[in-house]
Write a protein that binds this ligand. Sequence first.
Ligand SMILES: [Fe+2]
Ligand SMILES: [Fe+2]
Length: 294
Amino acid sequence: MASGKAPRMTVRRLRFAYPEGLGGVWNPAQPAFSHIVNAGSLAMPYLEPYLIDTMRQARAKLDDPALIADIDCYIGQEATHYRQHQQFNRQLADRGYAAVPQMEAVLKADYQGFARNRSFTFNLAYAEGFEAMALTIGHMLIADRDHLFGDGDPAVASLILWHFVEEIEHKSATYDVFMALDGRYRWRLYGLFYALFHIMGRARQGYRLLLCEDGLWSGWRARLRRYRLLLRIFGGLLPRLLHVLKPGYNPRDVPDPVWAQAWWAQHAAGAGDLGALDTARLAAPVPMAMGAAR
Ligand SMILES: [Fe+2]
Ligand SMILES: [Fe+2]
């Protein structure tokens, strides 16, 4: 049974061995999902340093040692995330997608603009809005992992599931800081909606370009499959997002998925290679690494 308590955060360094010549569609059963993930990945080397910068500013305003320790762990995890995404994104760029440099320029300008021109209150609310959204995405991805990642490339599936297991792990970090330094409900909602529409808008722009380059955007079959996928994704996100809207929302009250708890336990025990999950066995209640005994 999920306890609802995230363990103490840990910065983990995993290795993801992408196969030579891996294409943008790393899960042939889910071409649109592959490019949705790719588009999201392109944002990480710009979004996560911006979150880190905001939390560093917050750190200077706080004197609670527990909050400061959490911020330091949070920064360690986010810095590791974006460096891993940078490596993955270079692979995408090497495949020759014009969308990669195009979206990177857009995302760089967005986050530089927020950091330079927006208030600290806005940036803190954006950080908490993004983290609340990331928590809902993490739960949705884990609940639907077999459908979305099943039989896909193990390294990419493992990268994304590692990232979101850690997003779940640091679910309270920005919330606690937001509550300590501001706490206004209307700002929490504003940050959530702003981050949600901003990220979703940029992700759509990115995956549209990527799918177009692969000739997978048009045609009624592709459209129908994409609409069904988006309905499924948003069907998984909506109830979780509605919970975030409640005035008394606290991410601590969101129980951690059993699969994520097993992931943490396996990592702590040094069991299996969590950078190479067996994507044929994602339906199992616990993570199964390639080559692990059945
Ligand atoms: Fe992250
Ligand atoms: Fe995060």
